[in-house]
Write a protein that binds this ligand. Structure first.
Ligand code: MEV
Length: 447
């Protein structure tokens, strides 16, 4: 075990690397080479990356793939996806291609409201606090005018503030529940700045108000923070077609496919074990686009999972109906994303991703992301209810296995050819690899 260090953040990037190599890797210089090999050759780009976070020692690459042929509200998109998992991009592209011939994806914005709270403790008469709030609501909002000026000029700002009495759940606990419109930005910094000002105004006003006793004036502000749960920043994406247009899948007729697909979604609606995996697959698509477009995938995931639990049980984020000979499949998901501010103005690849999408508005981006989640889920369920997931997945995973084995390019080509009509498994690949190289499988597998 290595010893703790004081002032690590003050070391230069080189100094940090040296400390890690000496303390953790026993002076192994190959670690320096490894870390340096991932630095960007353009110093200004590297500097940008260094400054995104703290204690940067190098970069961590993820592949950026694209899924073409996404027809969304009659516009064709090639969607950028940053993800490490093989077969996700291929699945998105396959689903996009499928729906391209059937009218594409239709998306609807159901709301764009963001929420934040001042969480505070007031040990006094709630009636007094309520009348105080009703009288001072405008003053509270006006106290943020300097912060909200630009946002208001763009059509956003604070849309409402409510006083929420939570004392039933926690002694003396109240909230200022604040609603925002943040236009094309995700708005986290804007919301938090407003909340900090509101908290300051709140305590100041209470302190100067004679209706409160001295002890009531001792309001304790516990936290001022946005909520990542944005149930009213909601988008819906949908695909539909006559059942007869669902082609035969792996020997399963269109009608049987629709029924099995519908049941698979119903299972995810009622069974949390399945819903978790089902939604994970949806986030394979969503996170990849959120990440590529420089948005906060942790925030998006957190909101999505809360939404999936809103009925008191964790449920599927997608739904399906098979009625009057029509197959309908849709997702409704809260997506708080931005197209201005944050990484969108800084990261060259993020800027590229936005450009490739035609510089969408935040609302358009919500639709694109929702469609990618729906496509991903469609592809996963389509495979699951027919041939199973492993066939396609392992084919895509073949190159990862071969890279682990350090196969040459020629060997890789030969393997892809060989496994064209065979089931890929880790074991089968290793056995074939040994056979090709004339190595004994038993001794190789032991290593
Ligand atoms: C794998 O990353 C995602 C799936 O498991 C999703 C699903 O089961 O629906 C294929």
């Amino acid at each position: 075990m290595h010893t703790p260090i004081k002032g690590f953040s003050k070391l230069t990037q080189k100094g940090k690397t040296e400390w890690i190599v000496d303390e953790i890797f026993n002076g192994d210089q190959s670690i320096v080479d490894l870390l340096e090999s991932y630095l960007h050759p353009d110093e200004s780009i590297q500097k940008l990356h260094n400054e995104f976070i703290e204690n940067t020692i190098t970069n961590y690459y993820l592949p950026l793939g694209v899924a073409p042929n996404f027809l969304i509200n009659d516009t064709l998109y090639t969607i950028p996806m940053a993800i490490e998992e093989s077969s996700v991009v291929a699945a998105a592209a396959k689903a996009a291609q499928f729906w391209l011939k059937r009218g594409g994806f239709k998306t609807t914005i159901l709301g764009t409201e963001k929420i934040g709270h001042v969480h505070f403790i007031f040990s006094g008469e709630s009636k007094k606090l309520e009348s105080f709030f009703a009288e001072n609501k405008k003053t509270l909002i006006n106290s943020t005018d300097d912060i909200t000026a630009n946002m208001r000029a763009r059509g956003g700002g604070i849309t409402d503030i409510r006083l929420v009495n939570k004392t039933q759940d926690l002694e003396d606990y109240y909230q200022l529940d604040v609603r925002f419109q943040t236009c094309d930005s995700m708005g986290a910094n804007f919301i938090n700045s407003c909340l900090e000002r509101l908290a300051e105004t709140l305590t100041g006003l209470i302190d100067g108000d004679n209706r409160f006793t001295d002890s009531e004036k001792q309001v304790q502000i516990v936290m001022r923070i946005l909520s990542n749960y944005t149930p009213n920043c909601l988008v819906r994406a949908e695909v539909s077609c006559p059942i007869s247009e669902l082609s035969e899948e792996e020997g399963v007729s269109a009608k049987e496919f629709a029924e099995k697909f519908y049941r698979a979604v119903r299972i995810a609606e009622i069974e949390p074990y399945r819903a978790t995996t089902h939604n994970k697959g949806i986030f394979n698509g969503i996170d990849a686009v959120v990440l590529a477009t420089g948005n906060d995938f942790r925030a998006v995931e957190a909101a999505g999972h809360t939404h999936a639990s809103r009925n008191g049980k964790y449920e599927s984020l997608t739904h399906c109906s098979v009625e009057n000979d029509t197959f309908r499949f849709w997702i409704e998901i809260p997506l708080s994303v931005g197209v201005v501010g944050g990484l969108t103005a800084l990261h060259p690849m993020v800027k590229f991703a936005h450009k490739m999408l035609g510089n969408p508005s935040a609302e358009q981006l919500m639709g694109i992301i929702a469609a990618s989640g729906l496509a991903q889920n469609f592809a996963a369920l389509r495979a699951l209810v027919t041939s199973g997931i492993q066939k396609g997945h392992m084919k895509m995973h073949l190159l990862n296995i071969l890279n682990q084995l350090e196969a040459t390019d020629e060997e890789k080509q030969a393997f892809v050819e060989y496994f064209k009509d065979k089931t890929v498994s880790h074991n089968a690949v290793v056995r074939k690899f040994c056979e090709m190289r004339g190595i004994q499988y038993e001794s190789f597998a032991k290593k």
